[in-house]
Design a protein around this ligand. Structure first.
Ligand code: GLN
Length: 603
């Protein structure tokens, strides 16, 4: 048989009936894999069709010594570099806690809950993956111990293990492995798996055991383990200490997993001697000891990892020889703009979880992206809504150039938010309301323009006479809390000529949701007659998605029922954020103009 020249030839040849013989002869060719320039292939076929399925390779990222070392950022940075070299990459996170997903967790516990297109409530690290790689993740990209056990227990109830004792090994570990490999079937070259928690935790043992088994089962070149650890600097001794890293690698080895690469978080540069010591005692190559120094912004980390050759070391271990020089033009352009802004605005973030930065992670990152796009430094100041009153609102907000009222749940701090929205509306201060923030703007308008003093959301006041924000019909029978909100991507139809239309440059958009309450369409006509425009609606249900004031009334007054911050990425900053920062810049200019006119007239 003539040797096929490329993949297409194989597909065509595969259509002939005698596939089995053909395949055997292909596999027998000594240089079959290299002749197609593919790294390793598994051939699956049936009588009608022959298909080449490239096997994904797997990189596991574990953490040692302490939590909060930034495994998510390292995983995302490595993913970015491999993607920039032309490989198809995805990242997933395995979390060792027993909640089925983080949807019911208080932001104080675990930071923001990140929602994917398909409506999964996930760990905030998935936000980093999407922001760095400009990819969509999904339910499959975030798995918790709770979800693993739920699957195994459901199978047990269905009788899948009849007669057998169901155990952590092999049943739980098999389910973990199945899910670790799942995304590898979606055509990715590389699947990066971040293992939450710290090596040595009781909870993460089954995950580490699953990695151990995969390291053993997969071909050597299909599996890389990157271990992130801390190299503390003892100021008194003026020395970096490697002992905690040695211990954490030893712990990992005791659990049967040997790291290929050690990424060291450090405040001070690693000397060649320290690198040699880590390599020697942790049994890795010297070039596989990577320095991850503290960076001024997380967006510098991919470039720092590139300088340390983290991507090349992984590629070498995976025996991948065909890759491009990293294409990071857009990324570097963004970093330049971020580092050298030409102007500055101060935005007030009004929320109730403001003590914890992670609670509004995606919003803060969207400001970074939008700021860079505007070549403007965005200084976000946190304003606790609980402490805003009519008496102090002026003093609390008058130094701001824009106001963002954040998403949230429950009644704490609500009145302060409404007072803040009123201030922004009356002082023509750019206002951006997200989800609960948009609902607050509707209530404010009802109370102060429509003069419905009792207007409220039934979330806070179930007996209100004007339920301008009400529970969705579909939510009324819902009692379970986990995964039952209106979640994930929904379409929105935008009114032509509106501010929303100008912002998006389109009349059809899709954004992600996470809420139970809605604008009550019973009052829509009243609002529109009073000047508040519902410029975006769901095309099927008619649910209001966007409210705005005409720009001749207010320069930027914009509320959205959805969460636009979730789709902002380095390479595609979210347009509302971009326009909001632009409006804040204009506001600064108008303030300065006013000031100079006042000076002139006073002079
Ligand atoms: N609590 C409101 C609701 O459920 C808003 C939710 C949010 O801001 N994400 O509708």
């Amino acid at each position: 048989m003539q040797q096929p020249q490329n993949e297409a030839d194989i597909k065509i040849a595969g259509c002939v009936s005698c596939v089995d013989g053909f395949i055997v002869s292909l596999l027998d060719l000594p240089d079959f894999h290299s002749s197609f320039g593919i790294r390793r292939s598994s051939l699956t076929f049936n009588a009608a069709q022959l298909e080449i399925r490239l096997m994904a390779k797997y990189i596991f990222v574990t953490g040692g010594v302490t939590s909060s070392l930034g495994k998510g950022i390292i995983a995302a940075s490595l993913g970015k570099l491999l993607q920039a070299r032309g490989l198809k990459v995805t990242i997933q996170k395995f979390d060792p806690y027993i909640n089925v997903d983080p949807g019911t967790l208080n932001p104080y516990e675990h930071g923001e809950c990140y929602v994917t297109e398909d409506g999964a409530e996930t760990d905030l690290d998935l936000g980093h993956y999407e922001r760095f790689l400009s990819i969509f993740t999904s339910q499959s990209n975030n798995v918790t111990t709770g979800r693993i056990y739920q699957t195994v227990i459901n199978k047990e109830r269905e009788g899948a293990y009849l007669g057998k004792t169901v155990q952590v090994v092999p049943h739980i570990t098999d389910e973990i492995k199945r899910r670790m490999l799942l995304l590898g079937q979606d055509g990715y070259d590389i699947v990066i798996t971040e293992i939450g928690g710290t090596v040595g935790d009781i909870e993460s043992l089954p995950f580490i055991e699953a990695v151990r088994q995969l390291q053993w089962e997969l071909p050597e070149e299909d599996c890389v383990v990157v271990h992130l650890t801390l190299i503390p600097y003892l100021r008194a001794a003026k020395e970096l200490k490697t002992k905690p890293t040695q211990h954490s690698v030893r712990m990992l080895s005791q659990e049967g997993v040997h790291p290929d690469v050690i990424v060291c978080r450090t405040e001070e540069p690693l000397s060649p001697e320290i690198r040699r010591k880590i390599a020697l005692f942790c049994n890795v190559k010297k070039e596989a000891v990577i320095e991850a120094a503290d960076a001024p912004t997380i967006y510098e980390v991919p470039l720092a990892m590139m300088r340390e050759k983290l991507d090349l070391i992984c590629l070498r271990k995976m025996n991948i020889t065909q890759y491009n020089e990293p294409e990071l033009g857009k990324w570097k352009e963004f970093l330049d703009k971020l580092k050298y802004p030409k102007s500055k605005v101060t935005i007030g973030l009004i929320g109730k979880y403001i003590e914890l930065q992670d609670a509004y992670k995606s919003i803060l990152e969207a400001f970074v992206h939008a700021g860079a796009m505007n070549e403007c430094k965005v200084n976000v100041v946190n304003v606790h809504s609980e402490f805003i009153t009519e008496e102090n609102v002026e003093e609390k907000l008058n130094h701001l150039d824009g106001l963002l009222v954040a998403p949230g749940f429950g009644h704490r701090g609500i009145e302060g938010k409404i007072i803040a929205v009123r201030y922004a509306r009356e002082h023509k201060l750019p206002f951006f309301g997200i989800c609960l923030g948009m609902q607050m703007s509707v209530i404010e308008y009802a109370r102060n323009i429509l003069h419905w003093r009792d207007a409220h959301s039934t979330e806070m006041d179930p007996a209100t006479g004007h339920a301008v924000i009400d529970l969705m019909e579909s939510q009324k029978a819902v009692t379970a809390k986990g995964g039952t909100m209106r979640l994930g991507a929904y379409d929105c139809q935008i009114t032509e000529g509106s501010l929303a239309h100008r912002i998006y440059g389109s009349t059809h958009i899709s954004e992600r949701h996470r809420h139970r309450w809605e604008f009550n369409n019973l009052y829509l006509d009243d609002f529109e007659r009073a000047g508040l425009v519902a410029s975006g609606k769901n095309p099927e249900s008619g649910l209001v998605e966007i409210v705005e004031l005409p720009t001749d009334v207010h320069p930027f007054f914009f509320g959205v029922q959805y969460h636009p911050e979730l789709k902002s990425t380095v390479e595609n900053p979210q347009p509302i954020f971009v326009h909001f920062i632009k409006a804040a810049k204009d506001y600064v200019e108008s303030k300065e103009e006013k000031r100079s006119v006042q000076k002139e007239t006073a002079g």
